[in-house]
Ligand binder design. Structure first.
Ligand code: AMP
Ligand code: GLY
Length: 457
């Protein structure tokens, strides 16, 4: 054993043996205790997963789907279509993967958990992510609404309609007051919620969704709900099927324009902690929302191991649920995970062993702020392939990559959201200043970002 440790030590401290090192690690993992873990997804959230796992004291051989140059030093990229489950299975077997951590919602909604658990060749693999039925909390707005109604969880009043009940839907809109909130029932890449302030636009959008299939089959059904006025925040819960832990709260800035104006995006920045969240509000969230959600999942026999992201709105001191997501948030993960002091592999292992209750979670009290750099034109049409310069000059911030690629040894833009610039300080404004100072030094053609992250806190 001593010789093995000595051999490992020499090998892992040698910079020149990259290929040998990687091959050896793979071989070693078959024989000894190194866990091979696959992260599904390739954005800044998944880079943050990889970063957190890399900082664990456990030996983990990390794989990540579809190249993200940010994670190049810490994970091996596998080129996989994340919705092609037989491809995922082949990779699980080939690389002896023992744990799969799922980032985005679509593979979960499509049933990756059930696929793995029902296949005898890979059913022993731990999946951090809920079953297909659990993922309906995000996959169907109506499912989520019915779940909340059954479990007495505060949310906006609603009614749902389909093509055959469109006349009732129009009447319902006419009898209500603006603003009107229309939601495609199914997943629509964050675009399925439409809020308009006059009934004419509401009816036009309703028809586009139900009759013209604006969001494909996702808008075969439309949920029309009460408009909630208040400040939004994100609550993250990790659930092992029996026990749960609430992770740090965060706030996300979804609109493209300053002052929260303009089109919705994937998220242009985030902050954690959320300073207006006092003990009283946290208690209400825990007692009125988190606990009933957990109890509901258990009571309804919904297989669920993984993250629950509860989008909340604080209406005059009364927290209400605007949506469930069955995964971590992006760009929130980039500020939530660095605040968790515990070894992340211990948390994930506890989650798989249903022993989360044994984990004493500790969070850093500092503020973490994330400013997202995006491509000009985003969230609409944008160009890609612009060289990103200045990354080597970054000081005092963590950079998580989202839409980047490595081409001819140069890092170039490769998506709408390009980089997350994450900084920390006891003072939120000082943390933001660090992110903005680094942003001055990072350049690419068309670079855009919001200058007012945290403006409302
Ligand atoms: P969702 O995709 O459900 O997160 O909705 C996108 C955004 O629409 C949310 O982040 C809110 O800003 C807004 N939204 C959704 N539902 C409501 C509601 N009932 N009242 C007010 N705003 C809402
Ligand atoms: N931050 C919003 C999301 O991840 O859906």
């Amino acid at each position: 054993m001593f010789l093995i440790i000595l051999f490992n030590y020499i090998l892992f401290n040698s910079e020149s043996l990259n290929f040998i090192k990687k091959s050896y690690l793979l071989l070693y993992s078959y024989i000894f205790v190194v866990m091979n873990l696959l992260i599904i997804g390739s954005g800044a959230r998944e880079h943050a997963f990889a970063w957190k796992i890399f900082n664990s004291n456990h030996e983990v051989n990390l794989f990540i789907t579809n190249f993200n140059p940010g994670a190049i030093e810490i994970a091996k990229s596998l080129s996989i279509d994340v919705n092609n489950f037989s491809e995922i299975k082949r990779s699980i077997i080939k690389h002896n993967i023992k744990m799969v951590l799922v980032g985005p919602e679509i593979p979960l909604i499509n049933g990756i958990y059930d696929y793995i658990k029902n296949d005898i060749e890979i059913s022993d693999v731990n999946v951090i992510g809920p079953s297909k039925r659990g993922a309906q909390l995000e996959g169907s707005k109506e499912f989520a609404k019915l779940f909340m109604t059954r479990n007495d969880i505060p949310t906006a009043a609603y009614k749902s309609f389909n093509k055959s009940s469109i006349d009732d839907a129009i009447l319902f809109l006419k009898n209500n007051t603006p603003p009107y909130v229309l939601k495609a029932d199914g997943p629509a890449a964050g675009k399925g919620v439409i809020i308009v302030d006059n009934v004419k636009d509401a009816i036009r959008n309703l028809k586009e969704m139900l009759i013209d299939s604006k969001f494909g089959s996702s808008s075969n059904k439309v949920v029309i709900e009460e408009f909630l006025n208040g400040i939004e925040m994100s609550c993250f819960v990790l659930f092992d099927g029996i026990n749960y832990k609430i992770l740090p709260y965060a706030k996300d800035y979804k609109r493209i324009g300053e002052g929260d104006k303009g089109l919705n995006t994937g998220g242009m920045g985030s902050v954690s902690p959320v300073n207006f969240l006092d003990i009283n509000l946290k208690d209400k969230i825990k007692n009125q929302i988190v606990i009933p959600t957990i109890n509901g999942l258990i009571k309804e026999n919904i297989d669920y191991v993984g993250f629950i992201f509860i989008g909340l709105i604080n209406v005059d001191g009364f927290p209400k649920v605007i949506e469930y997501n069955v995964r971590m948030g992006d760009p929130e993960t980039q500020v939530v995970f660095p605040r968790i002091e515990n070894d992340f592999m211990e948390i994930l292992n506890a989650c798989c062993n249903q022993s989360l209750d044994k984990i004493d979670l500790k969070f850093k009290s500092e503020y973490y702020t994330n400013v997202v750099l995006a491509s000009g034109g985003y969230p609409e049409k944008y160009d890609k392939g612009f060289e990103i310069s200045g990354l080597e000059n970054v000081k005092d911030s963590i950079i998580f990559h989202a839409g980047t690629a490595l081409i001819s040894n140069k890092i170039v833009t490769n998506g709408g959201r390009v980089l997350s610039i994450v900084s920390s300080d006891k003072d939120m404004n000082k943390a933001l200043k660090k992110s903005y100072a680094n942003i001055e030094n990072i350049n690419f053609d068309g670079k855009i970002f919001r200058k007012d992250i945290g403006f409302d806190l």
